[in-house]
Write a protein that binds this ligand. Structure first.
Ligand code: NAD
Ligand code: ZN
Length: 359
């Protein structure tokens, strides 16, 4: 399966497959062969997939080298990027060389940032191996690193030459990481595509069992949603905001109890609050609300959180990156499959939504 991303500045394919076999041809199609190629991967992904990918690509390139960094968000900083540059210089990568991000969102964001900045920009491709990266972070061209504890503070918009998704890599992904990706997939359904949401609901068992056909439909459905949003608003000045559905509530929960919950889990909790907000406004029904909680719970995602104070979460929401002029904006639904931003709705409604998720 395949779809195209079109932005003002570029156009590139997202190729969805259940193996790595089509990868060499993908490079041929965009005429990126015959150069030096550097695969960047992390210490969890490299032992499982690096050899296979390297073997497939050797022979088509002048030289294939690889750089492996320590897995985890803690590596997503300028020190590790600086190690990348040292390695590129040692291997004499030049402006024609290509980088490949083989891994999750951390690998993709860092490799993209290194590609955007090394020699003022060299080509790179995304080969995402987590569900989150396949349905979210590899598409859209946001790259970057954390800086002194601030998430994604330094970065650039930089589009890959193509995205190649092998859904069979999800077989080795820890279940908790799979669930986290499902939170973003469900989000796409709620904000953009009702039919896609119903596909997930109806085929939940096959998806959870990692059935290849079901997985490719999920990845396709989400990439289509992201492609739509990104093509209309590449640099997040308007429409792209709706991708933050559940994230204003979710980020605040994440900051306060991030040590016990991962991002996707906080998004599930945040979405529950945002859906409750929509229900208060009469945009969705109680039945919709129940169905949402059911699907999130089915994918082992939390829909509420214990032992935190609603006031603290509320205060934290003012520190969100997306909060402008000290006003909280909430992405909410006007109906299932369609979202908009509610500007500064006021404390009462927000507190009611928080009251719903804090048990
Ligand atoms: N650029 C964007 O638009 C965007 C969007 C959302 C999130 N992000 C970023 O993405 C990052 C999170 O991404 P993530 O959840 O993929 O994190 P990650 O890259 O750290 O991957 C999660 C874990 O899974 C392991 N892993 C990856 N693929 C595997 C596989 N197939 N089998 C076994 N283990 C595997 C990794 O080594 C890691 O331990 C964050 O830094 C976030 O800021 C970026
Ligand atoms: Zn997210």
């Amino acid at each position: 399966m395949e779809l195209k991303i079109k932005t003002k500045t570029s156009e590139y394919p997202i190729i969805i497959n259940d193996s790595f076999k089509g990868l060499p041809e993908a490079f041929e199609r965009v005429s990126l062969t015959g150069r030096k190629l550097c695969i960047i991967s992390d210490s969890n992904v490299a032992p499982i997939y690096l050899d296979e990918v390297k073997k497939l690509l050797e022979g088509r390139f002048l030289k294939v080298v690889s750089y492996v960094f320590e897995a985890g968000e803690n590596s997503k900083n300028l020190d590790v990027i600086s190690d990348f540059y040292d390695f590129f210089a040692r291997e004499q990568l030049d402006r024609r060389s290509v980088l490949v991000a083989l891994g999750g969102g951390v690998t993709g964001d860092m490799t993209g940032f290194a590609a955007a900045t090394y020699m003022r920009g060299i080509p790179f491709v995304q080969v995402p191996t987590t569900l989150l990266a396949q349905v979210d972070s590899s598409v859209g061209g946001k790259t970057g690193v954390d800086y002194k504890g601030n998430k994604n503070m330094v970065g650039a918009f930089y589009q890959p030459w193509f995205v190649y998704i092998n859904t069979s890599t999800l077989n080795t992904l820890p279940p908790r990481e799979f669930s986290a990706g499902m939170a973003e997939a469900v989000k796409h359904g709620y904000i953009i595509d009702k039919d896609y949401l119903y596909y997930i609901m109806v085929n939940r068992q096959a998806i959870k069992a990692l059935d290849p056909k079901a997985l490719s439909k999920v990845v396709y459905g989400s990439c289509k949603c992201k492609a739509y949003v990104v093509s209309k608003d590449e640099k997040e000045t308007g429409l792209r905001e709706i991708l933050n559905f559940g994230h204003t509530f979710g980020h605040a929960v994440e900051t306060i109890c991030g040590f016990r919950l991962i991002h996707g889990e906080c998004v599930a909790i945040g979405m529950t609050a945002a859906l409750y907000f929509s229900m208060q406004r009469g945009r969705i029904t109680q039945r919709d609300m129940k169905a949402a909680q059911e699907i999130l719970t089915y994918f082992d995602l939390p829909v509420d959180v214990k032992d935190i104070s609603t006031e603290k979460v509320y205060e934290q929401m003012f520190y969100d990156k997306k909060t402008k002029d000290n006003k909280i904006n909430i992405v909410t639904l006007d109906k299932i499959g369609s979202a908009y931003t509610e500007k500064d709705p006021g404390e009462e409604e927000i507190m009611a939504a928080l009251g719903y998720i804090v048990k």
